[in-house]
Design a protein around this ligand. Structure first.
Ligand code: ADP
Ligand code: MG
Length: 866
């Protein structure tokens, strides 16, 4: 049903006045207000049911909120009596306060604590789409850039302690710890008493004001200073990305992402809420403590949101993880007809330009329930699928394709094992095999097969393990001091240990043997063994002494009891460890991993998994070997929350619309990138297998000792050559020969292999050169590498710009900020790409990825759409 609404305008002081306000003009044209006062600001035009600006139904004057609350037939099943979103048009002439919006959980807490300042208990993610050139601040800059600016605008440092000043260089140096440093510095500044703050703000702004040549950043600082002299928000552009959206461009503001609108008109859509925590540029109260705790200090490298273009040319803005709304922008030449898609939920339609006629087709054929037939004119049965973004469809199919095969295979495997040995109650007296008429050798071989299967059961069903891990055996301990990266990962280390290390006490095992020590050894030995690992594992690895107990008459009942014991014992040990270490672990995931490792053992990829090399934030790396060589197995951590800080790499990336895909994708992606690199013989691990969240690659190191990271090498013996290798063999070749930017390159992800050859690892986040921000990531890689070399005192370092030019063959200018130049370059060169590439970088990457995958394996994970 189509209803005409009368909406509200809010007259906040920062709004454009009179006719200059798009929000005001819109309200006037639509008859929402009777006239425009030229001296009055018309800041926001609201369409929604929020109490601070509710809409009414024109026909009967009833509040929309009331109508929805009493007419469930007007809404989709998932809606509960109100609009879940709020749609606005904003006309900004003076800066709005810098602000963040809470998550749902935070919204609840804040509202309960302080209902006056936090009027509802909801979250407020929002998307802003520019109507005119729209200036704003949003998200923290690259930390390395903040570091530079804190030096450039050095007055700010007067607010910091000596220790904090010393930390400025660590901004941008490595992942999480950098965010901690930023939090410390930011909190210090924002907590400074007003009087002291005012002095420093004044000093900084006045110095810049006096300067002859002002950078864009200088200008904006001075502008904010003239509007809000002495306000801490004047510092905001030093910390936050400052940028302009062109008409049609958009940005998505996640919870806890700091932002301030400065100038221009935009459409805004958000979850139905008005919860705002202010951070500056306001005479109003700033809740500094909530602010500094809640802020997301991560770098925001992709402040722009890129919509999906649908076939009919309209644009769909569907920010990731948001259930409350999407926005569709429909444009057409005069005279064109556009049929809006069917939607199961309430939607609002706002005409911004032109005078279209809007009608509800074929309503005459409707029965009483308006939703039975498509409200927009199609009959039941003809109703189109609700429109889903192209990339969503692709990613769903991709995941389905990828997991189906694996799932079936796993099920078959488990079934097989269970069928063969699952129900043993009937077989106590039976010989496991019929030996009649067999030669000794045949019996031996049959038994061997039997053992191998028992072995499978022992491992897969009872989850006790031949995979025996001595923690840290392969850890390059002697060369490696512990570093902060690993320290807080005890939990993961513990989980990895638990996962693979289940051992029975020798005494326990002895007590358990129902028939005493083994009486008759089987004919089972390497001589007759048809397969490689059973003997070895049975005799010295298997936690359960089944090998010794099994004779020609395998007593399955006993065997099962043993297995059951093994299981409960494992659990007991784990519980014990849990308690001790306060570590938790997800057993279901672990058994999956275990099963997969076993399969590889059975397939002969390797013989045993026997050590933890390292545990990182997102993965545990294990050591495996066969008689010939060693392997590194990277097991991606399986809790999704761990991947939050990775979002910067994957915004706009089709694969991350669907969080379930994340785990597999990282492993897949690392495999793919390693393949690209190995093909060109770069110094990196050879990719060997990938399944689910597990990647098998060649081991870098010597006789079981993993190669140390550059971070941990004793650099007294530093040789220029090795350093040059990092540029020549890794950075330049990755870019020029493999079309890749590492995007997380640092002393942590470079290993010094035997023979002092530097190898690069950890390329899951490495990105194709088609990624719209790859040059920015490259700039950061360069910064990381050069500051590390500088720190260890290596001579003859190139400048950032020289190295950048060496890698890319571009011609950036020395003595100017590299990142600024790169931003400029990206901005100017966006148009040289194909339009498709530009609007859908993720699709481009998907295309490339599929091509490669097809070439490598002959399967395409995603079917063509249509
Ligand atoms: P993360 O993504 O968790 O940082 P990495 O791929 O960097 O994972 O691996 C973590 C650690 O494991 C590395 O720092 C390195 O010490 C070790 N490692 C990873 N791959 C290998 C390998 N192929 N050979 C030897 N050691 C490795
Ligand atoms: Mg790493």
């Amino acid at each position: 049903m189509l209803l005409k609404l009368k909406c509200t305008v809010n007259n906040y002081a920062w709004g454009a006045k009179g006719e200059a306000s798009m929000a005001g003009s819109l309200a006037l044209d639509g008859g929402h207000i009777p006239n425009l006062d030229k001296d009055k600001p018309y800041a926001e035009f609201w369409v929604g049911t929020h109490a601070n600006g509710p809409a009414h139904v024109i026909e009967n004057g009833i509040a929309l909120k009331q109508l929805l609350a009493t007419s469930p037939n007007l809404q989709g099943k998932h809606e509960n009596g109100k609009l879940s979103f709020l749609f606005k048009v904003l006309s900004v002439v003076a800066p709005l306060s810098i602000q963040i919006h809470p998550t749902k959980e935070q919204g609840k807490i804040l509202h309960a604590k302080d209902p006056k300042n936090y009027p509802d208990d909801n979250h407020k993610p929002e998307i802003a789409i520019a109507l005119t050139e729209f200036e704003l601040l949003s998200g923290f800059r690259q930390h390395s850039q903040i570091s530079e600016y804190l030096k450039l605008y050095s007055e700010i440092q007067e607010l910091l302690t000596e220790e904090e000043k010393g930390q400025i260089d660590n901004l941008g140096s490595y992942g999480e710890s950098s965010s901690q440093v930023l939090k410390q510095i930011f909190s210090r500044i924002w907590r400074t008493p007003k009087e002291q703050l005012q002095i420093v703000v004044d000093k900084l702004a006045r110095r810049i004001q006096g300067q002859e040549n002002k950078s864009a950043l200088d200008e904006i600082i001075v502008y904010l200073f003239t509007m809000y002299p002495g306000d801490v928000g004047v510092f905001a552009p030093i910390f936050l990305n400052y940028f302009k959206l062109q008409p049609g461009e958009a940005t998505f503001l996640e919870p806890n992402m700091p932002h301030a609108y400065l100038k221009g008109d935009c459409v805004e859509c958000m979850a139905d809420s008005d919860n705002t925590i202010r951070a500056g540029l306001t005479p109003k109260y700033i809740d500094v403590e909530s602010l500094v705790e809640m802020l997301n200090y991560n770098e925001t490298l992709l402040p722009k949101y890129i919509p999906n273009e649908l076939e009919d040319g309209s644009l769909l803005f569907t920010p990731r993880g948001i259930e409350e709304f999407w926005v569709q922008e429909v444009k057409g030449p005069a005279g064109s007809i556009y049929q809006l898609p069917y939607s199961e939920s309430c939607s609002v339609l706002t005409v911004l330009y032109g005078k279209p006629s809007i009608s509800q087709a074929e309503m005459a054929n409707c029965d009483n329930n308006p939703w039975k037939k498509n409200a927009w004119g199609k009959k039941e049965g003809e109703v189109e699928e609700p429109i889903v973004s192209f990339v969503d469809v692709m990613s769903e199919e991709f995941i389905e394709d990828m997991s189906l095969q694996e799932k079936l295979e796993d099920e078959r495997y488990i079934k097989h094992i269970e069928q063969v040995y699952g129900d043993s109650s009937t077989s106590e007296e039976q010989l496991p095999i019929n030996t009649e008429g067999m030669t000794d050798e045949e019996v031996a071989l049959a038994l061997q097969r039997q053992f191998d299967r028992e072995y499978d059961v022992a491992l897969a069903v009872a989850t006790s393990s031949s995979i025996h891990i001595a923690p840290d055996r392969y850890h390059p301990k002697t060369l490696q001091e512990t570093d902060s990266e690993d320290e807080d990962d005890d939990a993961l280390r513990q989980a990895a240990t638990n996962m693979l290390y289940a051992k029975l006490d020798a005494d326990d095992a002895a007590r358990l043997r129902p028939e005493g020590p083994s009486t008759s050894r089987t004919k089972h030995d390497t001589g007759v063994s048809g397969r490689r690992n059973a003997d070895k594992t049975f005799n010295d690895r298997n936690p359960l002494p089944t090998g010794d107990m099994v004779n020609d008459k395998l007593n399955n009942k006993v065997y099962n009891r043993l297995m059951a014991f093994g299981k409960s014992e494992t659990k007991r040990q784990m519980r014990h460890k849990d308690k001790e270490e306060k570590a938790t672990m997800d057993t279901s995931v672990d058994s999956d991993t275990r099963l997969l490792l076993l399969k590889w053992i059975n397939q002969g990829v390797f013989d045993s998994v026997d050590g933890i090399i390292a545990t990182g934030k997102e993965s545990a790396v294990l050591h495996a070997q066969n008689s010939v060589t060693s392997f590194a197995i990277k097991v991606y951590k399986t809790t999704l929350s761990e991947f939050k800080n990775r979002s910067e790499y994957v915004k706009d990336d089709f694969r991350f619309k669907n969080p379930r895909a994340v785990l597999k994708i990282w492993a897949e992606r690392e495999h793919m990138n390693l393949s690209r690199m190995a093909k060109k013989h770069l110094p990196c691990p050879q990719p060997i297998e990938v399944r689910k969240n597990i990647l098998v690659m060649s081991f870098i190191g010597d006789s079981g000792l993993a190669a140390p990271r550059l971070k941990n090498v004793d650099w007294d013996f530093f040789i220029d050559e090795e350093m040059k290798e990092v540029y020549d063999q890794i950075m330049i070749r990755m870019y020029k020969e493999c079309d890749l930017v590492h995007a997380d390159l640092s002393e942590f992800n470079l290993l010094l292999a035997p023979g002092n050859k530097v190898h690069v690892i950890d390329v899951s986040q490495a990105m194709d050169l088609s990624h719209p921000r790859c040059l920015q990531f490259l700039t950061r890689d360069i910064h990381n590498i050069l500051s590390f070399f500088n720190k260890i005192g290596s001579p003859n370092l190139p400048t950032n710009v020289t190295l950048f030019n060496m890698i890319t063959d571009l011609e950036m200018v020395e003595n100017e900020d590299l990142l600024v130049q790169v931003e400029q370059f990206s901005e100017e060169n966006r148009s040289v790409d194909l339009r498709h590439d530009k609007s859908r970088p993720a699709d481009m990457e998907l295309k490339k990825y599929n091509e490669e995958k097809k070439a490598n394996r002959g399967v395409s994970p995603a079917r063509e759409y249509n």
